[in-house]
Design a protein around this ligand. Structure first.
Ligand code: ADP
Ligand code: MG
Length: 626
């Protein structure tokens, strides 16, 4: 095997181009990324060594060493972690397997994003080295491989990289950054130390640097061949709450999440009892770019006695809380816990339940806080994550009641922030149900004909306009003993809210209208299940409703958009016998046209699409000229 020159994968080239041409602020994060990779490599070694202790060879103490050479203008980061084989070097440093690349590029091409902070979030942190270096050399040897199976990888960060076999006695990896002109500020022990303090203090691995000393004869700082730790190297979550400042919690959060903003809230607890574990959980302030990807890696990392085990620990947090970031460290799980075991373990179940409850408590504390600033935090949380939390109502029956209390809606009373409790407190004397309507947009919901009678009577209706709301309604039937009632389903039943005189009037109107109704039913027999007179309309001539057990028109449309076949249930046309247009039906020469127009308009008003728009136009035009 000789030296080979290989070409970067196209995506890597694009990333490199962006990295070297667009990132100007926070350049120093390259060091965080290199240390983070070194720390990952040590975690991987520990994990593999659980089954094969010989991988430690004769160096069981894992650490990262950071040094610089002012004359050569290099900064070097060395770890004794898992290392890379030649194949791994080619694959892992030449291609990007992960899907985040496109999002990363999109984020960086946005206007304000010259900021390098983002880079690690997308699994391309290694390439941040090229922000400050015009050549990176990696030398590595995988744990368990022979010394002569080492590899040297080297690149100028343009289109190509070189790999060649080397002999490397020590296991692990060294990354040497040859700094660009103008980046000499990083050739200083003080500077490097301060960057490590800022970003990597909570890495639980010792980060070592050489001691420096003032040489009076040479009149300059000289480094001694003596390595000393520059970080605390104690896992933050294992330390005592009282010793940790908010800044430290926030900095740790940034490392976990790559979020540039501090978290909205966090909770840190040592749970004792049948299962013992420590949890440090954060709620972010802003939704990440991939919030809607239900399959992404979880944000909660599982450790067992400080040894990192895995981070796609869906077993630790329900999917609807996928935005939660943090660490769970168990004292009870076996170190060689497998994914399968995780799913079955009673301890893990207890951890998951306990952690879910903690997160809900955190949210409740914000939502119910008497402090306006805290309450505003909940409003902000809801804006970004509310739709995700709603998934929980169907997913997590055990906590359904608590979740229902956390829900916020728009209503005919206020455009946002209405809770069920608010709604219930404003219910009218004699009102038994919580009225809701679903629609695609707030504007469409607000102008639904079905709302008219409720407006007239001053009864509040919740306006549900998130895609997930139909799913919510399919799982939540009541709040506080009061049923949720869609105003677009079934016959309008205002129960005690309607007085006797009104009921009587409606019945009489319906009886008088019977002959017209029969003709309407006949004219629309292929389109409507039934036609009936309603009291729910005030200003509109007609609206569509579905029978109690049928799927709403809105849900049927959502399913269709999602490419799923929805069972087609015919709607019921309800007409307002008091409306001038409806009154004109009786004895009208264009009866059938009018009947179909009423139906089509009712469908359009609820956001539906006409099966035959041209026929609608023809009919309207015929009436316009008649
Ligand atoms: P990520 O860390 O999110 O996987 P990076 O771009 O930071 O993405 O690193 C890419 C890959 O390069 C890593 O997944 C790892 O396989 C490899 N790598 C980088 N640095 C090291 C190192 N110090 N030791 C072993 N492997 C490394
Ligand atoms: Mg990385």
């Amino acid at each position: 095997m000789n030296k080979q020159t290989l070409s970067f994968q196209a995506e890597v080239k694009q990333i490199l181009h962006l990295v070297t041409h667009s990132l100007y602020s926070n350049k120093e994060i390259f060091l965080r990324e290199m240390i983070s990779n070194a720390s990952d490599a040590c975690d991987k070694l520990r994990f593999e060594a659980l089954n094969d202790a010989s991988l430690y060879e004769d160096a069981p103490n894992l650490d990262v060493r950071v040094s610089f050479d002012a004359a050569a203008k290099t900064v070097t980061i060395v770890d004794n972690g898992i290392g890379l084989s030649s194949e791994e070097a080619v694959a892992n440093l030449g291609t990007i397997a992960k899907s985040g690349t496109r999002e990363f590029m999109a984020a960086l091409q946005g206007d304000q994003k010259k900021d390098a902070q983002l880079i690690g979030q997308f699994g391309v942190g290694f390439y941040s080295g090229f922000i400050v270096a015009d050549r990176i050399t990696v030398e590595s040897r995988r744990a368990g491989a022979k010394p002569e199976e080492g590899v040297r990888w080297s690149s100028e960060g343009a289109g190509e990289f070189e790999v060649e076999p080397i002999t490397r006695a020590a296991r692990g990896t060294s990354v040497t950054l040859h700094l660009r002109d103008g980046e000499e500020e990083f050739l200083s022990g003080w500077k490097l130390k301060s960057i490590i303090g800022k970003y990597s203090d909570h890495i639980s691995l010792p980060i070592l640097m050489q001691k420096e000393e003032w040489d009076a004869t040479a009149q300059k700082q000289v480094t001694r061949d003596e390595w000393a730790p520059v970080n605390k190297a104690a896992a933050l979550w294992a330390r005592n709450k009282s010793e940790i400042t908010t800044e430290q919690y926030n900095e740790f959060y940034k490392q976990l999440s790559y979020d540039s903003e501090p978290p909205l809230a966090y909770t840190h607890n040592r749970v004792e009892g049948r299962t013992e574990y420590t949890q440090l959980l954060y709620i972010p302030a802003k939704a990440p770019f991939d919030l809607w990807n239900r399959d992404k890696r979880g944000g909660v990392k599982l450790y067992v006695k400080r040894v990192f085990i895995m981070d796609d620990a869906e077993a630790l947090m329900p999917v609807y809380l996928r935005f939660v970031k943090g660490v769970i460290d168990s004292a009870d799980l076996p170190l060689n816990v497998s994914r399968e075991l995780l799913q079955e373990s009673r301890d893990v179940k207890a951890i998951r339940e306990g952690s879910t409850k903690r997160v809900l408590s955190m949210l409740e504390a914000l939502a119910d806080s008497a402090d306006a600033a805290e309450k505003a935090k909940y409003a902000a949380f809801w804006k970004d994550f509310g739709a995700v939390l709603k998934e929980g109502v169907g997913e997590d029956h055990a906590n359904q009641e608590r979740l229902a209390k956390l829900l916020r809606f728009a209503s005919t009373h206020a455009d946002e922030g209405v809770s069920f409790a608010d709604y219930v407190s404003r219910m009218k004397e004699g009102q038994e149900a919580i009225y809701v309507i679903t629609a695609d947009t707030l504007a469409a919901a607000k102008s639904s004909p079905q709302l008219e009678i409720f407006r007239k009577k001053g009864i509040e209706v919740l306006l549900l306009v998130d895609r997930v709301d139909e799913w919510l309604l399919a799982h939540l039937y009541e709040f506080d003993g009061k049923p949720l009632q869609s105003v677009a389903k079934g016959a309008v039943d205002l129960g005690k809210l309607e007085d006797e005189a009104e009921k009587k009037h409606a019945e009489e109107a319906a009886a008088a209208f019977k002959p017209v109704l029969d003709r309407l039913k006949e004219a629309l027999k292929d389109r409507a299940k039934d036609v009936r007179v309603t009291t729910r309309l005030v200003d509109s001539p007609a609206c569509l409703v579905v029978e109690e057990g049928d799927m709403s028109g809105h849900l049927a449309r959502l399913l269709k958009q999602a490419g799923q076949a929805a069972p087609k249930a015919q709607p019921i046309l309800e007409v307002n016998a008091e409306h001038a247009l409806v009154k004109r039906l009786d004895g009208n020469a264009h009866f059938d046209d009018l009947a179909n127009i009423l139906f089509d308009q009712a469908l359009l008003a609820e956001g539906g699409q006409l099966d035959d728009p041209a026929a609608y136009v023809r009919r309207v035009n015929a009436l316009l000229v008649s």
